[in-house]
Write a protein that binds this ligand. Sequence first.
Ligand SMILES: Cc1cc2nc3c(=O)[nH]c(=O)nc-3n(C[C@H](O)[C@H](O)[C@H](O)COP(=O)(O)O)c2cc1C
Length: 308
Amino acid sequence: MSDFIIDVAPVQGHTDAAWRHFHKSIYGGCQSYYTPFIRLERGDFRKHDLKDYTSELNGNHEVAAQVIFRDMAELRPLIEGLEERGVKRIDLNTGCPFPLQTAKGRGAGFIANREEYFRIPSLLKEHGDVEFSLKMRLGYSDPDEWRGVMPAISDMPLKHVTLHPRVARQQYGGDLYLDRFGDFLKACPHPVVFNGDIRTPEDIERAKTSFPGIAGVMTARGVLGRPSLIAEFEEGKEWSREQRLEKMLHFHRELLCHYESTLCGDSQILSKIKPFWEYAEEEIGRKAWKAVKKASNIAKYHSAVAMI
Ligand SMILES: Cc1cc2nc3c(=O)[nH]c(=O)nc-3n(C[C@H](O)[C@H](O)[C@H](O)COP(=O)(O)O)c2cc1C
C-alpha cells in the first residue's frame, strides 16, 4: 500500500457520517475522511456536531474531527472536549472563507490574528496523544500572507498541512496560485497535501508530477461529483461512464434508504439527499441534474434519478 495520502475533504452539508460511511462501504479505498467543521456555540459543543462525530456509521472509516475557532479560548475547550470523547485525530480549519465565520475571526479570518496564531504550537504540544493536522489557504486576500505565520506552522506538531492555494476572497473559484503552492511546499517542514480542483484521476497524477514533494491530495467537490474518483486512481485506470453511474446510483440509493429510515417526511428527506447531487452535473447530465434539483417530493426525485 502506497503512503501517498488521499483525503476526502470536509464539506458542510455533504460529507456527513452517512455519506462517509456509504462512500467507504461502496467504493472501498485507503482514503481518510474529515467531519465538517465543529465549532462552539455559546461556549459548548453543538449537538448536531457531536452526533456526526459519535455516529456508529463512523465505524468503517478513518475520520478526523475538524474544528474551527477564533482564539485559544475556543480552541482549548474544543480539543479538550474532543479528547475526553476519545478523539485521536483533530484537524484545524484555518481556511474556511464563509463570511459568517471569517467575520468572527474564524477559518481564513484567523490568519490576521497573529498573536493568537503564534499561541497554537504550545497548546497543541500540551496534547501529545492527539494527532493534529492543519487545513489552510494562502491568506485572506494576499497570497503571500502565509509567509508571516510560517514560523508558527513550523513549530506546530503536525501530521501534515493541507493547502488550498487560493485566498479566501476567491471563495471556490478563480485561478489556483500554483507558484505560491510551490513556495509553500519548499518552506514548510511538514508533509504538505495539495487541495483544489482535483476532479479526475489525471488531476491527481498531474498534482504528483507538478509537485513531486507533496505527501498527498485532498478532494472535495471532485469526489462529491464523481464518487469513484479515488477508486479509479487507486486501480490505475478510469472506469467507463456506465460503470461509474451504476455504482453512483447504488451509492445514492443507500443514502436515500438510510435517510428514509432516520428522517420523517419528503421535505426533510429531500433537503438532506438532494445536495448530495450538487456537484454531479457533469457526471449525470444537465437534464437529470436539474430535475433532481427541482424534485418536490420523493416520487419526483425517483423520476429525476431514473433519467440518469
Ligand atoms: C459547500 C462547501 C462546504 C465546505 N465545508 C468545509 C468544511 O466544513 N471544512 C473545511 O475545511 N472545508 C470546507 N470546504 C472546503 C473544501 O474542503 C475544499 O477545501 C475546497 O472545496 C477546495 O477543494 P475542491 O476544489 O476539491 O472542492 C467546503 C467547501 C464547500 C464548497
